[in-house]
Design a protein around this ligand. Structure first.
Ligand code: SF4
Ligand code: SF4
Length: 141
């Protein structure tokens, strides 16, 4: 059964042809996704898995199956690039880089995850500057 993913991206704006998702991800990250044997070790160690709408191993499965709705997953934005999954994967697959590749597919279409204009005056005054720098690096193309 298909999951209800929590993003609101219009997938038509991404314009990937049938079967292109895997190729594009592999080109961007340099990983061989077919090496994954779906053991789930990556997901078991991910500190944010409980908040994700797709677990890291599911993200890989979606890409292999050319299920572009993975681009509408909250998971790719929740990933903190902590590299725990990449360190633990028995097949040496760097899932952190795969998550980054998925974000890049969106950001390179000039679709920002965070609208800078929506940051309130109060947030600007209370949130540490470093947090904004990290946010912009990850969420703005
Ligand atoms: S730990 Fe590696 S082999 Fe196991 S599911 Fe995750 S990516 Fe696949
Ligand atoms: S890099 Fe991302 S997916 Fe991997 S364990 Fe950390 S938060 Fe989870």
């Amino acid at each position: 059964m298909s999951k209800k993913l929590q993003g609101n991206l219009n997938l038509n704006t991404i314009q990937l042809k049938k079967g292109e998702l895997l190729t594009e991800v592999e080109e961007l990250c340099g990983e061989n996704l077919f090496g994954c044997y779906q053991c789930g070790t990556c997901s078991a160690g991910c500190p944010f898995v409980d908040e994700m709408d797709l677990s890291p191993d599911e993200v890989i499965r979606y890409i292999i199956l050319d299920r572009k709705e993975v681009l509408n997953s909250k998971t790719i934005w929740l990933c903190s690039s902590c590299f725990t999954c990449a360190e633990r994967c028995p097949r040496d697959i760097n899932i952190t880089k795969i998550m980054e590749a998925l974000r890049q597919i969106i950001l390179r279409k000039k679709i920002d995850r965070t609208n800078i204009k929506n940051i309130t005056k109060d947030e600007k005054e209370t949130i540490p500057q470093m947090a904004f720098v990290s946010l912009f690096r990850k969420n703005v193309g």
